[in-house]
Design a protein around this ligand. Sequence first.
Ligand code: PEP
Length: 246
Amino acid sequence: MNKKIFAANWKMYLNSNESREFMLKVNANKDLFSEFDIMIFPSHTAISIVQDLAKEFDNIKIGMQDCDVLTSGAVTGSNSITSHKVDSCIVGHSERRTIFNENDELIKKKLNNCLDKIGSAILCVGETLDEKEEKKTFEVIKKQLSILPDQIRGKNLDIAYEPVWAIGTGLVASKQYIEDVLSYINNLIKELYSVEDRPNIRLFYGGSVDENSVEELSSIALLDGFLIGSASADFEKFKNMLNKMR
Ligand code: PEP
């Protein structure tokens, strides 16, 4: 079983001080936190604080939780992919799709900006409970992935399968269910890209992952990593997840 990547989406859970406190604890547990590939997505205001406190860790990458569709200009209160120097950026998160009414067309522009400007992005896809019950999961995912660029050569594209009904609900998709969806995504990717491109694409699962589910889900062969929300913003829970996977 290969070691999985832990991508921490801190959403709006931690303010700058709390992010600093979290990172001080990471530094105090350097051995454990050095063993894994970790990505942290803090609030925009905490990005530089977290970057500074991750300086000693080659294995910790820092990203943005979202970016504006424009790369600069008169957009009060917004952050573009070039506003911060980051390693990755999440686009298409279900909270952006629902709370901010983001559609595939807008997400496509954001994705392309991220790939063009920093050469990396995490695209989130996943069905709602209604869509799952109507057996439309594959159809929804196919549509959400139809925005993928024709070429990704040299760029890092992470695709996070995050069923909306599992995000923040405590409900984790079953191993079999995730395997089926990832295998569907893997086949779509194979149709779209050449074999040389495949190593630049990584597949993640997100949706209520915590210390109780991480071990079982880690045996999913197609899975490269986890995108974790609430459990990743709680230092003890994050530490427990890593300890389970040591
Ligand atoms: C997420 O928001 O990407 C997520 C997976 O959240 P949670 O782990 O809290 O379900």
